[in-house]
Design a protein around this ligand. Structure first.
Ligand SMILES: Cc1cc2nc3c(=O)[nH]c(=O)nc-3n(C[C@H](O)[C@H](O)[C@H](O)COP(=O)(O)O)c2cc1C
Length: 145
């Protein structure tokens, strides 16, 4: 199985989460600005992760999503996460990305999940990398069932 984590990150926090998830999935993590949907050929499991910026996915992740045509991810298993502030008005990115994954035809395996950063530049809150690995493990379990 080929697993690819495509992430965006301004300060490295989402990158750390993406690396932990890729490691748990036995795959690799790549920066969203270095890939296009055409380069997803052969990918079985696609995980998208980005920071919430302005209550929605980061601009570079939005640009990537804009390139996904209807049905372009048919046959691919997928999931999405974001990083966000510990705030009651953090907004959402992972849910919006997940809706786009579904409209592109992907089969979504896991609930969209947010990992907490303690401020705009981080760091990640205590325990979030462990929670990221557990979330990745839940994807592996869903793949096997
Ligand atoms: C321009 C900008 C807008 C942001 N807007 C939000 C927001 O709406 N909600 C939120 O929870 N965090 C917001 N943040 C904080 C990000 O969640 C935080 O910078 C990010 O998770 C850190 O991850 P990174 O190091 O991978 O960039 C914003 C950050 C920036 C730079």
């Amino acid at each position: 199985m080929s697993a690819l984590v495509v992430f965006d990150s301004n300060y490295g926090n989402t990158e750390s989460v993406a690396a932990a998830i890729a490691d748990a999935l036995g795959g690799s993590a790549v920066l969203v600005s270095t890939v296009s949907p055409d380069s997803l050929t052969g990918v079985d499991l696609l995980v998208l992760g980005c920071p919430i910026n302005g209550w929605r996915p980061s601009p570079r992740m939005l640009a990537f999503l804009d390139q996904l045509g209807a049905g372009s991810l048919r046959g691919i298993q997928a999931a999405a996460f974001d990083t966000r502030l510990r705030s009651p008005i953090h907004g959402d990115a992972a849910g919006k990305v997940t809706r786009k994954l579904k409209s592109a035809g992907a089969h979504v395996l896991a609930r969209p999940t947010g990992f907490i950063v303690e401020g705009k530049t981080g760091p990640l809150a205590d325990g979030e990398l462990d929670r990221a690995r557990e979330w990745a493990d839940s994807i592996v379990t869903a793949l096997a069932s």
